[in-house]
Design a protein around this ligand. Structure first.
Ligand code: AMP
Length: 541
């Protein structure tokens, strides 16, 4: 027997309608590419999103077609989020930090029809324009006064002109909630990028779950500044969640250095932010070296790669709580959050910190298990590592235009992460499966070793990789970038591991570099380091 409840679809447009009715006055503040700060409200945003929806319809964009963006975090990008998905088309956010060849490949694979871009990316768009076969129009996300001179992009359109030509009357269509809403390609280090295609339903369920107090805890009293880009897994859902709860939004545009972020935090009363660890390194360095304090910041969500305990502690010293979360492009992204239970909150500080450094417990809606190479479930004893498998209504079931059987194994998504899970459900990532170091048949967790190195006061960033060894197959090598002006020798750093880790886990050597290579989403590119140093221990010094 069916229940007698309405079957209203879960739609992205309903978030905007809600925000316009319930939080119309709440502000959205953006640092613009043009250099100034722009501010308006959810009410203004709704009106402009409807004008944009009319503009898309006028250009023949149909439901299901892909509309691409190459853009920073800003209010025009937010309008695209709602106008494109709300009208039934698919918002394809492309990562502008990728190489032009990859951007062209992705746009072609997605069969994008129209491309909206921030002025910063004009050279990139010019470089790919003749190579993308399906894109019929390019739109510069600016006003007439700032339109760039270009000979390559014939008929370049102006965003503000497109809007000005339209009314703000538009009825959002009643879509099937399972229809596609947005598309994001994963930054795979091998093979071609893969498209993850979100639906209206998956996006709304993810937003509900992520907003909960024991998940990421967003409220109407917050001012949220997403450092995580809107081209990386929908800025971890913040554009949707903020509209749902009525949080003030503060967009940093292209200015992501420590000083610019700090100034914006203070000027706009930001209470919560979100981003990958490498971004916070810059901010912490700025705050510490200038003896500054955070006036309004209360917490920050850190994910995308393991958050070193030293970073959690540094933020704590500034009265900022770190919420360590785990996820992937394929998981929308929220999978787990490291939040202490009431029992754990009463533990002493070192125990609490050790738990916070883990990736945490699955949020409601996500199921997790770890398995061995034969796919058998492994115990949740906090010690036995296995491949992490997940399933739930906002986890990918396949890739866009994917070939072959698809990624699922018995209905579970294999994450490629190696993890332990303890009796309380706390999951800890020990490695990416391709980053695992296997020494004499035993696994060494590269993340543990990186966290120890990062706790040394002279270390700015550390990557641990497995390199070839004549006896043990592989041994850990530490690649380290020092903090500016700090002295540190190989032996000093290796001595720092004593007593902190089993002796056979201690790295065999240290290589000092100026910079660790970072990928398009700010993660360390360990594959490049492995290529460079694979034979390091075999080569006589
Ligand atoms: P992406 O799809 O580019 O967001 O990358 C997802 C991958 O980032 C995951 O499979 C993990 O390997 C890694 N990752 C994300 N969050 C964390 C975290 N908190 N700790 C360790 N690794 C993480």
């Amino acid at each position: 027997m069916n229940g007698l409840m309405m079957d209203r679809p879960l739609l992205i447009s309903s978030l905007l309608t809600h925000a316009e009715q319930q939080h119309a006055e709440r502000e959205i503040v953006s640092r613009r590419v043009e250099g100034d700060v722009h501010r308006y409200t959810y009410g203004d945003m709704g009106r402009r999103a409807r004008q944009l929806a009319n503009a898309l319809a006028a250009r023949g964009i149909a439901q299901g077609q892909r509309v691409a963006t190459l853009a920073w975090n800003g209010y025009r990008h937010m309008e695209l989020y709602y106008a494109v998905s709300g009208s039934g088309a698919v918002l394809h956010t492309i990562n502008p930090r990728l190489h032009a060849d990859q951007v062209a490949w992705i746009a072609d694979h997605a069969e994008d029809q129209i491309l909206f871009f921030d002025l910063t990316f004009l050279p990139l768009v010019e470089a790919i324009a003749s190579r993308v076969s399906t894109i019929k129009a390019f739109v510069a996300m600016t006003d007439r006064a700032h339109m760039p001179a270009t000979t390559t992009l014939a008929g370049l359109l102006c965003y503000e002109d497109l809007l000005a030509a339209q009314t703000d009357r538009f009825d959002w269509p009643d879509l099937d909630e399972r229809s596609a809403s947005s598309l994001c390609y994963t930054s795979g280090t091998t093979g071609n990028p893969k498209g993850v295609l979100y639906s209206h339903r998956s996006t709304l369920l993810h937003a509900y779950a992520a907003a909960l107090p024991d998940a990421l805890n967003y409220s109407s009293h917050d001012a949220v500044l997403p450092v995580v880009p809107m081209f990386h897994v929908n800025a971890w859902g913040i554009p949707y969640i903020a509209a749902m709860v009525g949080a003030k939004l503060v967009f940093p545009g292209p200015w992501l250095d420590g000083q610019s972020l700090y100034e914006l935090f203070e000027a706009e009363g930001v209470t919560v932010s979100a981003g990958v660890p490498t971004v916070w390194q810059g901010l912490l360095t700025h705050v510490q070296s200038h003896g500054l304090r955070f006036g309004s910041m209360r917490r920050t969500i850190i994910g995308g790669s393991a958050c070193p305990p030293a970073m959690i502690e540094a933020f704590q010293q500034h009265d900022v709580q770190v919420i360590h979360a785990w996820g992937m492009t394929e998981t929308s992204p929220l999978g787990s959050v490291s939040r202490l239970t009431p029992r754990q909150a009463a533990l002493d500080a070192p125990q609490r910190q050790a738990l916070q450094a883990k990736q945490g417990r699955a949020v409601f809606g996500v199921e997790m298990k770890i398995v061995d190479a034969a796919g058998q479930r492994l115990p949740h004893d906090g010690r036995t590592p296995g491949e992490l498998m997940v399933r739930g209504p906002w986890i990918a079931s396949g890739y866009f235009r994917g070939e072959g059987a698809g990624p699922l194994v018995d209905g579970w998504f294999p994450t490629g992460d190696v993890a332990t899970i303890d009796a309380d459900g706390f999951m800890q990532i020990t490695d990416r499966s391709k980053d695992v170091i296997k020494s004499g048949g035993e696994w060494i967790g590269s993340i543990d070793l990186e966290n120890i190195a990062m706790a040394h006061p002279a270390v700015a960033m550390a990557a641990c990789i497995g390199v070839r060894h004549p006896k043990w197959d592989e041994r850990p090598l530490l690649v380290v970038a020092k903090k500016p002006g700090r002295a540190l020798s190989r032996d000093e750093l290796l001595a720092f591991f004593e007593g902190r880790v089993a002796k056979w886990w201690t790295p065999d050597d240290v290589v000092f570099v100026d910079q660790i290579p970072l990928g398009g989403t700010g993660k360390m590119q360990k594959n490049l380091l492995r290529d460079a140093y694979r034979d390091h221990l075999l080569t006589p010094a």
